[in-house]
Design a protein around this ligand. Structure first.
Ligand SMILES: NC(=O)C1=CN([C@@H]2O[C@H](COP(=O)(O)OP(=O)(O)OC[C@H]3O[C@@H](n4cnc5c(N)ncnc54)[C@H](OP(=O)(O)O)[C@@H]3O)[C@@H](O)[C@H]2O)[C@@H](O)CC1
Ligand SMILES: Nc1ncnc2c1ncn2[C@@H]1O[C@H](COP(=O)(O)OP(=O)(O)O)[C@@H](O)[C@H]1O
Ligand SMILES: [K+]
Length: 476
């Protein structure tokens, strides 16, 4: 499991550790890891041109000490100081001793244009708001330059705790982060600014709960429901799919396609698209008598393509088993009916649907994805899976939010959300907790999207077909 901790938690751990270590030891650990990452990126350090962008805090100190290490290995290192009188004294002295030079911001853009590597030490976890005006031209010059850009701890200008980006920020090829990931490195839009992320251990002991968790292959493998010798189709769980309409029969077919690959022993379909479902998936149990009379299920999926069928949504919400609400179902569900449920609920909006539920503009949700997912989960007393390039899954009782980045932008194709709903519903029926079902489904769905696309456009049915390959890959 990869975890990310809040700045407050990092600060507390830093204080504890600093009290036990000689002064400056922590910064040396950070600088050593940073310099090693820079050297790897450069390939040949000797003779390379390195520009350090140095702000007034310890983030700039890290950059200066790392710059000194590179200078000792023969790099030509210049530090551009944003506030010369407040730059880290020890770091500056070390750089000078190693033969590095110092410049003000005048002429910095030409230096950046000629550099092989730009190290962004403008601001780290002490940053507030977007980049300040004097730093913006430097970030822009770095974006234009052919140099590789390495961000120290996090790209300057992004919010460490929320992943929000207010105004300009540095775009890095690599972020070298210290002690733990920060939420902003894993959540869009900030994640896009971070490039690849390298974690450098500095010995922090993080006592509090993580803000974010990102499942890895082994975590997912441990959660996958596997049949045993004593299994039969009912014990494995039956998932009910209430989806589709005369107008949107495809949503039903795609949700069933996802559900068949999710680990439930049987898929029961109710609704007006039974013929289309059976034609494609003859193994589906179909019924046209409505959810309540359809027979026992261990979880429901309601909503994809149901159009205006509010009655079906209301009926499913009265079931005493876990319910996944998606698409039209999110619009039609009575908030009180969701909040009043005793069994778990998993809501799966994309940003537009989340915005409608929260009564804000879509852009607001996209800019503040983490806060939005948490807010919805709290308001509805439900687990909330917020779709997008990084998918978030927040539980109703607070706690760490799961983040998933296995996907690919090829998944932005009509109907791929329906496949995800079926898959997650199937995992719910197999007995996974709502947050686990949502995050495991997002993980497999993202991988399946990658496998199916492999660099070319795909349809949602291709994604469904690749889910089996994603399972195998995870279990390997
Ligand atoms: N935690 C750890 O365990 C370890 C932490 N380490 C390192 O320390 C870093 C944190 O250092 P930090 O606390 O000195 O804060 P930092 O990020 O340099 O920023 C503060 C300065 O930036 C300025 N500033 C603020 N906002 C700004 C903006 N938007 N745009 C531009 N400038 C802005 C602000 O100015 P002021 O408001 O005072 O005018 C202030 O001077 C951390 O990220 C990591 O790299 C490692 O060395 C070892 C282990
Ligand atoms: N840029 C992207 N990168 C990765 N995944 C994406 C991206 N855009 C959308 N997705 C994923 O594709 C799926 C789209 O779902 P949704 O928006 O509900 O589409 P539909 O309603 O057409 O089925 C979600 O799983 C979402 O996370
Ligand atoms: K930085």
């Amino acid at each position: 499991m990869r975890t990310a901790y809040s700045v407050e938690t990092v600060r507390a751990a830093e204080r504890d550790l600093m009290a036990r270590l000689p002064e400056g030891a922590l910064m040396q650990r950070a600088a050593s890891g940073l310099a090693a990452a820079c050297a790897d990126l450069l390939g040949r350090v000797y003779g390379s041109r390195v520009v350090l962008l140095v702000g007034s805090g310890d983030n700039g100190g890290d950059a200066l000490y790392a710059g000194a290490r590179l200078a000792r290995r023969g790099a030509g290192v210049t530090a551009v100081l944003l506030s010369p009188e407040r730059a880290h004294t020890g770091g500056l002295a070390a750089l000078r001793r190693a033969g590095g030079t110092v410049s003000g911001t005048g002429g910095a853009e030409e230096l950046i244009a000629r550099a092989d590597l730009v190290v962004d030490g403008i601001v780290g976890i002490g940053g507030k708001g977007g980049l300040r005006a004097e730093a913006v031209p430097l970030a822009e010059a770095a974006a234009r330059a052919r140099a590789a850009v390495v961000a120290v701890d996090l790209p300057s200008g992004v919010d460490a705790d929320s992943g929000q980006v207010n105004g300009a920020a540095v775009r890095a090829d690599l972020t070298v982060t210290f002690g733990t990931h920060k939420p902003g490195l894993l959540v869009d839009p900030a994640r896009e600014y971070a490039g690849s992320v390298r974690l450098v251990g500095i010995g922090l002991e993080l006592a509090a709960e993580a803000e974010l968790e990102a499942l890895q292959h082994t975590d997912v493998a441990a959660l996958l429901p596997l049949p045993g010798a004593e299994s039969d189709k009912y014990r494995r769980g039956v998932v009910g799919i209430a989806a589709g309409s005369a107008r949107y029969p495809g949503a039903a077919v795609l949700a069933v396609a996802g559900a068949l690959r999710g680990g439930a022993g049987a898929v029961r379909y109710v609704g007006p698209a039974a013929e289309a479902v059976i034609a494609r998936f003859p193994e589906t149990l179909v019924s046209d008598r409505g959810p309540r009379s359809a027979g026992r299920v261990q979880a429901w999926v309601v909503g994809p393509g149901v159009g205006d069928d509010a009655a079906t949504v209301a009926e499913v919400l009265t079931a005493d088993v876990p319910v996944l609400v998606d698409a039209d179902g999110l619009r039609l569900a009575e908030p009180a009916a969701v909040r009043g449920r005793a069994a778990p609920t998993l809501m799966t909006p994309h940003a537009g649907e989340a915005a409608a539920l929260l009564g804000v503009a879509r852009e607001e949700v996209e800019a503040a994805r983490l806060t939005s997912a948490r807010e919805l989960a709290e308001r509805y007393g439900a687990a909330v899976l917020l779709k997008g390039s990084t998918t978030l899954v927040a539980g109703p009782g607070g706690g760490a939010v799961r983040v998933n980045a296995t996907g690919t932008s090829w998944l932005a194709t009509a109907g791929s959300g329906d496949v995800l709903s079926g898959l997650a519903g199937s995992l719910l029926a197999a007995g996974l907790r709502a947050v686990d079902a949502g995050s495991v489904a997002a993980y497999l769905h993202g991988l399946a999207g990658r496998f199916a696309a492999d660099g070319a456009p795909v349809g949602a049915h291709d994604v469904a077909e690749a889910i089996a390959a994603a399972w195998r890959d995870v279990r390997d």
